[in-house]
Design a protein around this ligand. Structure first.
Ligand code: HEM
Length: 392
């Protein structure tokens, strides 16, 4: 078998590859890259849920690479963070960050999010063609997370570019450089917040650090994690959701008639075309058996929410967008102790953006044929490079 993610067609249609792999076995050993490395890929829903919650699968990337020489040079504030750690380090950091992202906290942010959406859409005129990714799906999450972290407006485009480079599985040197740019930038921003009083998120994290709950470098790495984790993912949630609705006009029409339905459809939209195709790195610390397959100690395990959410054993007729479906069991936000911290924020942003689109541009349609859409070439993310639409 060759690396299944090497084929460029995978990015425009990952689902036929996922289906083929899952039908063969919900867990299987696959080659990754060209240097003879292997990983175990989890494509079944039940198996993915188990894997996300299995303490024998470690997220501690530094531990995995401790005895494996790597030529990579990722800034430590990017490579070592809460998402790349196990209990008890993870538990402590998560307890500090969690109260800042509760559904209640996010409710308070809704007016701000609506204001950003309105400002972005105010420039859109009926009859015009716009790139919905560039003009809404990218700037909305960047603006919101940068506002939370206190990143000045003039720096946001630059920060967004670094984050983009970090995820585009291209040239390792470019990724390493972007990690240093973001790591250094956030180190300075945290220093500046320490010098000036304020009530933003960084100040709240610094207070927890002074109380001994977070190490100084954890403040920076948590801030970097929030910046990058909340950014591309939400972009693709919005882009993929709008595309799904444009390709299912009766569903789009239903939401126009009753925008109150949008909040209840977000899970199905997340399931149908999940922004995170394959979750972040984890590895087996001891041998385990999953989906009838023995995974020896010391192997990377790739859990694919994109595949699990199309598993017919969990969701009948998974390839059908069905706004009435109970899709609550989807794994788009992961599961277990690392389940997405920003889920309430991502939902609020997508809901407000979709509501604005269906009410302000009810006749919106695709400006190009679906097969001409350009998808990002990263196996972590599933998302569009651009989404040209005509406004009506
Ligand atoms: C639709 C948008 C989003 C999706 C699909 C998504 C998806 C995910 C997934 C799958 C994980 C778990 C990864 C794993 O276990 O390998 C995760 C973790 C995380 N996400 Fe999100 N995310 C989204 C938006 C956000 C936002 C807006 C924020 C923050 C502002 C955020 C912050 C985080 C953090 C901090 C973690 C790590 C949690 C931990 O280690 O305990 N995410 N996300």
């Amino acid at each position: 078998m060759t690396d299944p993610f090497h084929d460029p067609r995978f990015f425009s249609d990952p689902y036929s590859t996922y289906d083929r792999l899952r039908s063969a076995s919900p867990v299987q050993k696959i080659p990754t890259g060209s240097r003879g490395h292997h990983a175990y890929l989890v494509t079944g829903h039940a198996e993915a849920r188990l894997a996300f919650a299995d303490p024998r699968l470690s997220k501690d990337t530094a531990r995995f690479f401790a005895d494996r020489p790597s030529r990579r040079n990722i800034h430590p504030a990017v490579s070592r963070n809460m998402l790349a750690s196990d209990p008890p380090h993870h538990t402590r950091q998560r307890a500090v960050a969690a109260p800042m992202f509760t559904t209640g906290r996010i409710v308070e942010m809704r007016p701000y999010i609506s204001g950003v959406v309105d400002r972005l859409l105010d420039g859109w005129t009926p009859g015009a063609e716009v790139d919905l990714v560039e003009e809404l799906a990218v700037p909305l999450p960047v603006t919101v997370i940068c506002e939370l972290l206190g990143v000045p407006e003039s720096d946001r485009a630059m920060v967004s570019r670094w984050s983009n480079d970090l995820f585009d599985a291209g040239d390792p040197d470019v990724i390493d450089a972007a990690s240093h740019a973001i790591g250094d930038y956030m180190t300075h921003l945290v220093e500046a917040a320490r010098e000036t009083p304020g009530d933003g998120l960084l100040h709240a994290l610094l207070q927890r650090s002074e109380a001994g709950l977070l190490a100084q470098d954890e403040v920076t790495s948590l801030a970097v994690l929030l910046l990058v984790a909340g950014h591309e993912t939400t972009t693709h949630f919005i882009g993929n959701s709008v595309l799904a609705l444009l390709q299912h006009p009766s569903s789009f029409a239903r939401l126009q008639q009753d925008p109150e339905l949008i909040a209840g459809c977000l899970d199905e939209l997340l399931r149908f075309d999940s922004p995170v195709g394959i979750a972040t790195f984890r590895f087996s610390t001891e041998g385990l058996r999953l989906g009838g397959v023995d995974i020896p100690a010391g192997f990377p395990v790739l859990i694919a929410p994109g595949a699990a959410n199309r598993d017919p054993a969990a969701f009948p007729e998974p390839q059908r967008l069905d706004l009435d479906r109970n899709a609550g069991g989807h794994l788009a936000f992961g599961h277990g102790i690392h389940r997405c911290l920003g889920a309430p924020l991502a939902r609020a942003e997508a809901e407000i953006a979709l509501r604005a689109i269906v009410t302000r541009f009810p006749g919106m349609h695709l400006a190009i044929a679906p097969e001409d859409l350009a998808w990002r070439h990263t196996r972590l993310m599933r998302g569009l490079k651009s989404l040209p639409v005509v406004l009506r």
